[in-house]
Design a protein around this ligand. Structure first.
Ligand code: MTE
Ligand code: MO
Length: 213
C-alpha cells in the first residue's frame, strides 16, 4: 500500500494540483470527458461492440447462459441517476445509467439465492471483484449498457459495465465479461491490494467523514 499511495500522490499532484487524495486505484490515469478519469489496470483492452459482446453468467444457477447485447435488451431495464464517486476523491454529479438490474439478471438465470454471492470478471483479463448475494440483489446494482445518455463507450468500460450505485467507483467494474454465482467469494483486484470488499460510499476505506450522496 505504501507504493500505491506514493504513486497516487505523484500522479494526482501532477494532474490535479494536489486535489486528489493520496490513496487510490491508479495505473493509467488520464483525464476523460465529463469529469470522469479514465482508469484501467492494464495498458490496453481489446474493444468489443454490439455484435461481438458476450456476457457469461454461470455457477450456482439453473440456466447458465451467455447473453448478447440483444438478450440483455429484452430484459427489464432500470434507470438510475446518481453521483459517481471514486475512492480517491473525485466525483461526477448526477450520472444517468441504464441497463439490467443485477437481481433481474440473476432471476433470468435461476440463480441460487442462498449462494454466498457473485464473482464478477472483466474481459480486460485482470480486473475482478465480488459482491455478497445481499448486495447483488440490490435494485441499484446494474449491468449498464447506457451511461451519460448514450452507449457506454470503450474507455468507460463498454459496451457493458457494472454500476454499483451505493459504493465507490472501484466496484463499478468496466468491460464486464462474466458473472459467477458462487459460495466461494475471493477478494477482487483492489480488494487484494487493501481496499474494502464492502465499499459503501462514506462508510468504508477510512472515508467515514465524507459526505454521501
Ligand atoms: N476493468 C476495470 N474496471 C474498473 C477499473 C479498472 O481499472 N478496470 N477502475 C475502477 C475505478 S477505481 C473507478 S473510479 C472507475 C472509473 O471509471 P471510468 O474509467 O469510466 O472513469 O472504474 C472502476 N472499474
Ligand atoms: Mo476509483
Amino acid at each position: 500500500m505504501a507504493g500505491l499511495g506514493a504513486l497516487g500522490v505523484a500522479v494526482g499532484a501532477k494532474l490535479q494540483g494536489g486535489v486528489d487524495r493520496a490513496l487510490g486505484p491508479v495505473k493509467d490515469f488520464v483525464p476523460a470527458g465529463g469529469g470522469f478519469r479514465y482508469y484501467s489496470v492494464v495498458s490496453s483492452v481489446k474493444s468489443r461492440d454490439e455484435r461481438t459482446y458476450r456476457l457469461q453468467v454461470k455457477g450456482k444457477v439453473t440456466n447458465a447462459r451467455t447473453f448478447t447485447m440483444a438478450d440483455l435488451a429484452v430484459l427489464p431495464q432500470t434507470n438510475i441517476t446518481k453521483d459517481f464517486q471514486c475512492v480517491t476523491g473525485w466525483r461526477v454529479p448526477d450520472v444517468a445509467w441504464s441497463g439490467v438490474a443485477l437481481p433481474d439478471l440473476l432471476k433470468a438465470v435461476g440463480a441460487d439465492l442462498t449462494a454466498k454471492g457473485v464473482m464478477i470478471t472483466s474481459f480486460d483479463g485482470a480486473y475482478d471483484e465480488s459482491l455478497t448475494m445481499e448486495q447483488a440483489l440490490r435494485p441499484d446494482v446494474i449491468v449498464a449498457s447506457s451511461m451519460l445518455g448514450g452507449p457506454v463507450t470503450h474507455d468507460h468500460g463498454g459496451p457493458v459495465r457494472l454500476f454499483v450505485a451505493p459504493m465507490y467507483g472501484y466496484k463499478s467494474l468496466k468491460w464486464l465479461g462474466g458473472i459467477e454465482v458462487t459460495d466461494k467469494l475471493t477478494d477482487g483486484y483492489w480488494e487484494k491490494r487493501g481496499y474494502d470488499v464492502d465499499a459503501w460510499v462514506g462508510k468504508s476505506n477510512g472515508r467515514d467523514d465524507e459526505p454521501t450522496s
